[in-house]
Design a protein around this ligand. Structure first.
Ligand SMILES: Cc1cc2nc3c(=O)[nH]c(=O)nc-3n(C[C@H](O)[C@H](O)[C@H](O)COP(=O)(O)OP(=O)(O)OC[C@H]3O[C@@H](n4cnc5c(N)ncnc54)[C@H](O)[C@@H]3O)c2cc1C
Length: 455
């Protein structure tokens, strides 16, 4: 028998409504029970009970995922297990530079707490005010600083999780080297809640950068952007913490729905580059400006920020694009990775085929170019509602066939969830799929965790 405290669950239809729907409003589940475990031991009892009774469970963090992974399925009675009450910061180690946090901690809260200790956890996403670290780990979140710090996987030292049968998996080490056989925590990172529920992690942190400079520039074409990338990475190497790309259509959607860009020249492509951590230079802005040979750049439009306030304004343009897109009626999103040496050909060819298919389409390209990641989102302006599914299928086919042709992958950072489940079977090697299925069976033989997601 499982006994839950009153504050550990809810059947309130209004509350359930919020937790049954994903951020984009594309997936609406029909769960009628929401559980908020308050301790790891309680979560272990809950999963043990669910496995015995064959009750399916959806692990949920901040519910900011973009592939329908954290919401229950339609027409099924999945139980939502939301981690928001497991949200303690267990330890900050300012000698070894690490932090141990519970899975339900909000990313921004962790960042703010670390700032008080002059430390930084560089994972940064537009959703940082709502997403939880357990959700970040289970999606192997990327964000804007991967070019320097890697995705979250590269920063996890230890992990604690509860497995489907209630076993508490404890690999919560605070050491940088650990060669003690198979590194089991790597399987849980990026597993999107199908292998276990992440309850705590020990994560690497870094000294808070003293200064940051943002460079905003615009270009006439993609080739020039890539030249700029090569030039800057040679010049500044690992001082570059972000390299973001936006095409003209991203800026148009931003201005139509969210904010106006002030005093910025118009062009075909834009880049936002952040350089930081050069602690020995007194005047960082001057150092950056004087290091750039403006004659070599194929643009006359480069803005170098002079204050933290200017940094924020420029970042706000980039980070508001997903919010602006959300206001459009019909967008078909793609979060893809393409090798940089093929990315220009990919964008040109795929856009051309899409425009041929439907003249009213606009291709909104933006993303973390420095780590091959492009959000290739297709905005459809003219359509009849009963043709939406057909249009989505055709556009996806065009994009994904070209992703394969140019050596890319169909998900760079958002994961598979419900959205990319069928495409995964087409794109991933059959031998890998077979092993994934075997691992799933080993961890969760009764298939109670996030059924209908990923595989
Ligand atoms: C505006 C905006 C910007 C974004 N930008 C980025 C970006 O730059 N980079 C990026 O990578 N993502 C981005 N995302 C996507 C999303 O924020 C990330 O995937 C994030 O890591 C999800 O965290 P969450 O807590 O919201 O997880 P949820 O959405 O709640 O869950 C995501 C998946 O993880 C599982 N899960 C959640 N918590 C746990 C847990 N404790 N244990 C096991 N499984 C769990 C869920 O079942 C689900 O499959 C963005 C989203 C938005 C809305």
């Amino acid at each position: 028998m499982l006994i839950l405290e009153r504050s550990e669950f809810s059947k309130d239809p209004e509350k359930l409504k919020i937790h049954n729907i994903d951020w984009r409003g594309e997936y609406i589940g029909s769960s009628n029970l929401l559980i908020f475990p308050k301790s790891v031991v309680k979560l272990s009892k809950i999963l043990k009970f669910c496995q015995q009774k064959k009750i399916t469970v959806v692990p949920q963090g901040g519910n900011t995922g973009l592939v329908g992974g954290a919401v229950p399925r339609k027409g099924k009675s999945d139980v939502i297990v939301n981690l928001s009450k497991l949200n303690k910061i267990r330890e900050i180690d300012s000698i070894g530079n690490s932090i141990t946090v519970e899975g339900g901690c909000i990313l921004d809260d962790i960042k703010k707490k670390l700032q008080l200790h002059n430390l930084e956890f560089p994972l940064s996403l537009g959703s940082r005010g709502n997403c939880q670290i357990g959700g970040n780990i289970s999606t192997n979140a990327g964000g804007v600083n991967v070019i320097k710090y890697g995705s979250i996987r590269q920063n996890i030292l230890g992990l604690e999780a509860v497995l489907a049968d209630g076993t508490i998996f404890n690999s919560l080490k605070n050491v940088k080297k650990n060669n003690t056989g198979l590194d089991m925590k790597q399987l849980l990172i990026g597993s999107e809640g199908i292998l276990g529920i992440i309850t705590a992690a020990t994560i690497k942190v870094y000294p808070l950068p003293k200064e940051k400079v943002v460079i905003w520039s615009s270009f006439a074409n993609f080739e020039q952007v890539l030249n700029f990338y090569v030039y800057l990475t040679k010049k500044f190497n690992n001082l570059i913490t972000s390299f973001e790309f936006m095409n003209k259509e991203s800026i148009e959607v931003l201005e139509q729905n969210e904010i106006q860009l002030k005093n910025l020249k118009r062009n075909e492509c834009y880049c936002l580059v952040e350089i930081s951590n050069f602690q020995f230079v007194k005047n960082f802005n001057e150092f950056v400006s004087s290091s750039i040979d403006f004659n070599l750049l194929e643009t006359d439009d480069v803005i170098i920020s002079k204050s933290e306030n200017e940094n924020k304004i420029l970042w706000n343009y980039r980070e508001s694009i997903p919010l602006a897109e959300k206001k459009e009626e019909f967008i078909i999103p793609h979060d893809i990775s393409i090798p940089l040496n093929n990315i220009s050909k990919f964008v040109f060819t795929t856009t051309k085929i899409i425009k041929k298919y439907n003249k009213s389409c606009k291709v909104i390209n933006f993303g973390h170019l420095g780590d091959n990641n492009l959000h290739f989102n297709v905005l459809i302006n003219k359509f009849s509602s009963n043709k939406k599914n057909q249009i989505r299928k055709s556009i996806n086919r065009i994009v994904f066939d070209n992703v394969k042709k140019y050596g890319g992958v169909i998900s760079a950072e958002h994961g598979i969830g419900q959205l990319r489940r069928s495409e995964l079977k087409i794109q991933k090697d059959i031998s890998e799929i077979k092993i994934m299925k075997k691992i799933k069976k080993l961890f969760d033989p009764a298939n109670i965790l996030n059924q209908g997601k990923v595989i």
